[in-house]
Design a protein around this ligand. Structure first.
Ligand SMILES: Cc1ncc(C[n+]2csc(CCOP(=O)(O)OP(=O)(O)O)c2C)c(N)n1
Length: 336
């Protein structure tokens, strides 16, 4: 069992610092992401959605905390597990659901599906493991080149990706050139069916790897909104001041299989149950309730409204036209 030296969160400070509405909004977003994926999963099982589908369930506090701490006005990249980040960065539930349904009204015109979602500041969900780190590094280089000091590049990757060559090339260049980028390893314990300790030689991953590139690292409880929010806030300030990259490892656990077609037989029910006891949503809700920021009725109404928006998005998707095959080759090259 790896021992982690977690960033020390101070929930009371966050509760005092953030307006009540912002805290409720963050919880609403996490609830919404969960509802969205649960219902999309059932649509998949009914044959309404095809292709790949990787759920983010269990990991919601990380990207929600990050976006709240640093704002949307940065450049984001992530893996194929990208439903949450697209929704957090402003892609509408209708366009994301329609993309899963493969319809012309979808986020990528029905061409990308679940793994390739975009928003104004989301450069993509990417299917090649580790392949997006050079893109995140390029975004950071571009910001530095243009002397845009208020923005940074934020890149999410999995634990399994950390042993890919492109990841190390990106860490090296961003350290060498002092690029404003935060690489966030979401360690959900598994790379498909392989446990992280069977795939990655040195752990805690960020702590070890950052030393090789002479950059700072953070290790976070990725199932705690407060810790994620506070740590990203602190890191953001450091990156703005120093323009040095930071490597983060957020410890979490995915609640579903690698993708929807994975029954997850490599993980015992007891281990999953234990992980689910740390579910970031009830934890965050419990803390807000204790602080008298939210009550049960408001939480229930929040869940009900999320469900309704998701159901409406499914209807929108289902009623939308299929892409016209004549347009298949459009949108491949950018206009110069
Ligand atoms: C270069 C490359 N190799 C292999 C794959 C197949 N593959 C898809 S996801 C995955 C596991 C990645 O695990 P991790 O980085 O921990 O991310 P997680 O899925 O746990 O979020 C693999 C090996 C791929 N998509 N790209």
């Amino acid at each position: 069992m790896t021992e982690y030296n977690f960033f020390k969160a101070d929930p009371q400070k966050v509760l005092a610092e953030l307006p009540k509405e912002t805290l409720i909004e963050a919880l609403r977003e996490m609830v919404f992401i969960r509802q969205f994926e649960m219902r999309a999963e059932s649509a998949y099982q009914q044959g309404l959605i095809g292709g790949f589908f990787h759920a983010y369930m269990g990991q919601e506090a990380i990207q929600t905390g990050c976006v709240h701490a640093l704002g949307r006005e940065n450049w984001f990249t992530t893996t194929y597990r990208c439903h949450a980040l697209a929704l957090l960065l402003g892609a509408t539930p209708n366009e994301v659901m329609a993309e899963l349904y493969g319809r012309a009204t979808g986020n990528a015109g029905g061409r990308g599906g679940s793994m390739h979602l975009y928003a104004d500041r989301l450069l993509g969900g990417f299917g090649i493991v580790g392949g997006h780190l050079p893109i995140a590094t390029g975004a950071a280089f571009s910001l530095k080149y243009q002397n845009k000091k208020d923005e940074m590049s934020l890149c999410f990757l999995g634990d399994g990706a950390t042993v890919q060559g492109a990841v190390h090339e990106s860490l090296n260049l961003s350290a060498l050139w002092d690029l404003p980028v935060i690489f966030v390893i979401e360690n959900n314990q598994w790379g498909m069916g392989t446990a992280v300790n069977r795939a990655v030689a040195t752990q805690p991953i960020a702590e070890h790897m950052a030393k090789s590139y002479d950059i700072e690292s953070y290790t976070l409880d990725g199932m705690d909104f407060f810790g994620c929010y506070q740590a990203f806030k602190e890191m953001g300030e450091k990156v703005k001041q120093t323009s040095r990259p930071i490597l983060v490892e957020a410890i979490t656990e995915r609640f579903r299989g690698h993708s929807i077609s994975d029954p997850g037989l490599y993980r015992s029910k007891e281990d999953l149950q234990k992980a689910m006891e740390r579910d970031p949503i009830p934890r965050f809700y419990g803390a807000l309730k204790e602080a008298n920021i939210i009550d049960e009725a408001t939480f229930e109404a929040m869940q009900k409204s999320a469900k309704q928006i998701v159901i409406d998005s499914m209807k929108f998707a289902n009623d939308s036209p299929w892409p016209d095959p004549v347009e298949l080759e459009e949108g491949v090259y950018a206009d110069s």
